[in-house]
Design a protein around this ligand. Structure first.
Ligand code: UT7
Length: 376
């Protein structure tokens, strides 16, 4: 059987930085609270659509792999923030890349979208459905963030990264993974105002209120990632001491520390980005992976553990074997359009538009459809 080696990687972070001090200009919060409870100092705010970030990250990943966009057979766009619902976002990236021979699909499992996408694309490469695949993790959360809610708005940021998978006879890429979902807790992380359920309520897209039970998500995240890691390791017969590097989802430093402790992995083997980027949802793990490579933390032949969790509440953990090459074959000249505004100016614009819509005052009603109940 062939395998799906990761041969290219690239990231794209929008340049505008939103600091904890910026957030404290309009929220009852402080740098001390955010840093001590989450490990975050700053996050990025995008001045461009999500597909632009995704396409720049993808162009860099293609150059890194030395692959032409026309050689791509599949584009997987992992995200819960689509620029448009129809057409899908993967097709938008395809146009920007000129990848005219590729199939294109979106996957939304919230923060785990990149990792679920990695599973789907790896399975297709291994089974021979496709040979070369692009897997993207991208998120543009700022336009639909409920900025007045300090429980959530300090936690998230925008960004993108991508990897190239290529069919290989060597045992590389995903060695084993576990995918799961605590669906009984799906109401603990809900963005009200996005989706058909809110049609006919006069709700404008992005006019959102977030249901967010931080403590319950925290508990489930630690338990879920620890269990998924145990199962993923067992599936491929790898023991914890064989893990060279952990590149986890980065929603909170305390969550990462707890998962590492459960898994028996010292923090010296954990790669962190949470301080600089916050939680970029689906973009978090691939951005961290790219930065781990740039920092020389991924050695040839390394075994990497990538646990994640997100809305749903989806959980997963992936064990990945790296190849011999840890440096790019080439560099892409792709860049985002220039930006002239500060992150705080962009956020204040979004806040002004939201308050003009009156989302917080009006509230968002329950879905208008009758509820279907299935027998157990
Ligand atoms: O990818 C999935 C995304 N979800 C997550 O990652 C969420 C996981 N959960 C968490 O990371 C943590 O639960 C939070 C960071 C969200 C909250 O940390 P916590 O230690 O669980 O705080 P808490 O919810 O127990 O709140 C403690 C206090 C509360 O005040 P009182 O009731 O004790 O007076 C909050 O109102 O901190 C208050 N608080 C804040 N204070 C200043 C909540 N948010 C803030 C804030 N600034 N931004």
């Amino acid at each position: 059987m062939s395998h799906a080696a990761i041969t290219g990687w690239g990231k794209c972070l929008p340049p505008a930085v939103l600091s904890n001090a910026d957030l404290a200009t309009f929220l009852d919060t402080s740098d001390e609270w955010i840093l001590s409870r989450t490990g975050m100092r700053e996050r990025r705010i995008s001045h461009v659509p999500a597909i632009d970030m995704a396409a720049v990250a993808s162009a860099r990943a293609l150059a890194c792999a030395g692959l032409d966009s026309k050689d791509l057979d599949l584009i997987v766009y992992g995200s819960c923030s689509s620029d448009e619902q129809v057409p899908n976002s993967a097709s938008g990236v395809q146009v920007l890349l000129g990848a005219r021979n590729a199939g294109a699909m979106d996957i939304n499992t919230a923060c785990t979208s990149f990792l679920y996408g990695l599973s789907a694309a790896s399975a297709m490469v291994r089974s021979g459905v496709v040979r070369n695949a692009l897997v993207i993790g991208v998120e543009l959360i700022s336009p639909y963030m409920d900025w007045e809610n300090r429980n959530v708005s300090v936690l998230f940021g925008d960004g993108a990264a991508a990897v190239i998978l290529q069919s290989s006879e060597s045992e590389l890429g995903v060695l084993g993974e576990h995918l799961g979902c605590f669906a009984d807790a799906r109401q603990t992380l809900r963005v009200r105002g996005m989706g058909c359920s809110y049609a006919n309520q006069g709700v404008q897209y992005g006019d959102t209120l977030w249901d967010f039970d931080g403590q319950e998500i925290f508990r489930r995240a630690v338990k879920g990632m620890a269990q998924a890691t145990e199962k993923a390791l067992a599936r491929c017969g790898i023991t914890t001491d064989q893990i060279d590097l952990m590149v986890p989802h980065q929603a909170n430093l305390r969550i990462i520390e707890s998962v590492a402790k459960y898994a028996g992995i010292p923090m010296s083997k954990v790669f962190l980005t949470v301080e600089r980027y916050g939680n970029m949802s689906a973009a978090t793990v691939p951005v961290a992976l790219v930065e781990a490579l740039e920092a020389g933390r991924v050695k040839p032949g390394a075994t990497i553990l990538m646990p994640g969790f997100g809305g749903g509440l989806t959980v997963c953990s992936h064990v990945v074997r790296w190849g011999d090459r840890v440096t790019p074959l080439g560099l892409s000249p792709a860049e985002l359009a220039p930006n002239a505004r500060t992150a705080l100016e962009m956020v204040n614009d979004i806040r002004a538009r939201r308050s003009a819509h009156g989302a917080s005052e009006r509230g968002l009603m329950a879905p208008r459809f009758a509820e279907t109940r299935l027998a157990d």
